[in-house]
Design a protein around this ligand. Structure first.
Ligand SMILES: [Zn+2]
Length: 277
């Protein structure tokens, strides 16, 4: 089979800045632009006949219901992405469960179907994340980096005994569609400065998509049935030159023979394969 590519968009909007405590109009306006960018992205995806997955915090569903409805009406998937873009490592079990239950209720109300997918804000897990995902019956997650092109089953908590090898936990039936910071527009393109550190970003978007394309081509040429998951953010990729570069990436990737699919479709296929033994 050919390489499959999952285009994913994290529609963080204001939530990312609220989570950082950046509540003044300047940073919030950077999040506000995401809603405008979503319209353009939906237009591009429709033109290229690509279906994608949007991971949307509950706060964004509540703040921008019309944008979220437009995503659903265009045939794209919506998955869980926290409430106010919390760092999950700061949450206890009940808090993490409650945030996901709130998100499921809002997204189910919006789409008419229960969401199958989950991505933690900032690509991390707490010790409770796997049991919470099992409790809410999620089908797949897309936050970890234990592989590049091969979905795998999430494991329960591992054990780090000092003086001996790390012991991984038992596999669950939740599929992981792995991601990578190298395939994420945020560190490549977004400029961010706080009092403590600077993320320079602002790189050439065509250069970034060249890297993405070479990963897709490598996977296509080297492996059987690989999956490449690309992470994008509307407020980052939705500006002129970057959107043009995304369009070129989609066309080149299609010319290679790749197939763009929603994460839920890929995860359901892989769940069947991974649990078929
Ligand atoms: Zn996010």
């Amino acid at each position: 089979m050919t390489v499959q590519v999952c285009l994913t968009f994290d529609f963080d909007a204001l939530s990312l800045w609220l989570a950082r405590g950046a509540t003044t109009p300047g940073p919030l306006s950077r999040g506000e632009f995401a809603a405008e960018a979503v319209d353009r992205i939906l237009g591009l995806l429709e033109r290229r006949r690509v279906k994608a997955t949007f991971f949307v915090p509950a706060h964004t569903v509540q703040t921008y219901p019309d944008s979220c409805r437009a995503i659903v009406d265009a045939g794209h998937e919506i998955g869980l992405h926290g409430d106010r873009h919390e760092n999950v490592s700061t949450l206890d079990y009940r808090e993490e469960l409650g945030i996901n239950e709130k998100s499921i209720a809002l997204i189910t109300q919006l789409t008419g179907t229960r969401p199958l997918g989950h991505r933690t804000p900032s690509f991390d897990f707490s010790p409770h994340t796997v049991p919470v995902l099992e409790e809410i019956g999620i089908t797949y997650d897309s936050s970890l980096m234990g592989s590049d092109f091969f979905p795998y089953l999430l494991r329960g908590g591992g054990t780090d005994w000092i003086g001996s090898a790390y012991e991984f936990g038992e596999p669950t039936t939740v599929v992981e569609l792995p991601v990578s910071w190298t395939l994420d527009d945020y560190p490549h393109l977004e400029f961010y400065r706080s009092v403590d550190w600077v993320m320079p970003g602002l790189q050439d978007p065509r250069g970034m998509f060249d890297v993405f394309f070479e990963d897709v081509r490598f996977a296509h040429e080297e492996f059987e049935d690989p999956v490449v998951t690309v992470t994008l953010h509307p407020e980052v990729v939705g500006r002129g030159a970057r959107l043009r570069a995304l369009d070129e990436f989609i066309v080149r990737t299609m010319d290679l023979g790749a197939e763009f699919r929603r994460c839920d479709a890929v995860a359901l296929d892989r769940l069947h394969d991974l649990t078929a033994t």
